[in-house]
Design a binder for this molecule. Sequence first.
Ligand code: ZN
Length: 630
Amino acid sequence: MTHILVAVAWPYSNSDIHVGNLTGSYLPADIFARYQRLRGNQVLMVSGSDAHGTPITVKADAEGVTAGEIYQRYQPRFLDLFQKLGLTYDLFTTTHTQNHFKVAQSIFLALKENGYLYTEEQQQWYSPTLKKFLPDRYVEGTCYICGYENARGDQCDNCGNVLDSTQLINPRAKQDGSVPELRKTTHHFIDLAKLQPEVVKFLESRKGYWRPNVVTRSLGWISSQGLRGRPITRDLDWGIPVPVEGWEGKRLYVWFEAVIGYLSAAIEWAQAAGQPEAWHNWWTDPDARAYYFIGKDNIDFHAILWPAELSGVGEAFTKIFEGKSGKPLNLPYDVPANEFLNMEDKKISGSRNWAVWGNDFLERYDPDPLRYYLTVNMPETSDSNWDWDDFVRRNNNELVATWGNLANRVLSFAYRNWDGKVPNLPIPLRGESSAAASDVAIPNPVKPLRGGEADVAIPKPVDEYLRPVDRALLQTIESGFDSVGKLLDAVKLRAALSEAFRLATAVNVYLDEQAPWTAIKTEKSAATTTIYTAIRAIDNLKILLSPFLPHTCEALHQTLGYYAPLFGEQYTEKHRDSQGTHEVLRYRPAAIPGRWAPSQLEPGRALREPKPLFKKLEPSIAEEERARMG
Ligand SMILES: [Zn+2]
């Protein structure tokens, strides 16, 4: 049993969430978290909305409302989407909480105590017309690295590099287009040059198993430019105050404090769970593993800057925050960053509505087809593409044809012909070898069982009553707990789903060969054994597919006659503190953990009436959907 922190990118609460965001980080995180919980590991999946970024203040200025109003508007929409799609955050909170303020300020003070902060006079763009300093996002200009003309002050959307805004060519204020001037202002800097050896050592130690794009890019960035001091405070009136006397009116820089949310959310979760110390299990236990699910535009922050902050605080954070002897904080175990999803071969653009929005999509379609399409298309190693025709095709030809029809066909057949139960196996005569079992027709099968009955008539395991062909199929399917599991552990989610579907195809091949639909008229005992075997294979596949398709697998689990659900429950609650009230999403774990194991499905178990898991889609919807965009 391992403690696994699933740290998920924090969305800016200034816009709805589109499918690119979902497949970039939120969905892979949920698939991974669900799998690890099924394995019996102690998972803590945390994130929240980033309420302080200048993307929020820019939008607030544009609409003439407060930044607080902007973040309050999007938070409930996020929680609604995450519940409908089944993203099982143990805590989804926000950075605008008293707890996060205190944790972020303690990180600041720990870095200061350890000598990793210094102050320096800096040149900052100042707008004489707006009469204020302009945060980096308030300035646009030409990228000095690639020449892109609409680069933001903090990062270039074209080449992806983090920028020094003062070097922008032809700078202009985003708000009014005026030409800003550079003025002097004093800020705190984190001494990244001093932390560079620690960061390089950390990255080198992860080289063997990280995605090459993440580790190569990060080491490449350091060796080409070297790490230099970076400001962690700024002139802004929205955000976390700098915990030093005389610094009123300045705030912690959002790049510095938002990543601290992974830590503060774990602490908030522990407090809400009534075990305020419990966050240590994920943060200071050296055996715990922290996985960061992010998009490639966030690699620098998670593979370089956040590890630098964590290395720099050392033991001082716990000392300052808790007032007792310190323990160092865990560095990321893995940062499985995804590339980007394009939309119909063009870059997704929220502002031009060239996107599929999560909330909107789920008004017309079910969640599992979206999860399926976003997983088979996940941009794990290179950019991928959302194509509406492809969405319909894969829904109909893969999800419905390979898996949904398999489950529905077999269970409906059993329900009709075996009195609403998993078929009872034909029993061999005493003394006969099990190999001959299938040839022995028993006129009256053993007494059927009702769910929960203790008088099990057939000893477990029942495999000795199966034919070699049945056992071979089950062995193939059960090997998936190893093969699919290994791929999930390595965060190769596309390959894991494809492996599970390969196994589903094997059941279809078996059924084609055994043809129970016709055998039932001539050879009922053979049909009985075939259908029992197929249902047990489906019961196994249900577990293997459940991290990807939790809603339909939960429904199937019920159809198969189980009582305790596969997964836990999501719910929202309100947390109150000195920053106001914020609504959070939580997760109550399943009563029975650790179900990642071969099915022991007993013959005779009562089924519930089967219903189709998926809907076939009309090809014409592709054209309709494209017309909604742009
Ligand atoms: Zn650029």
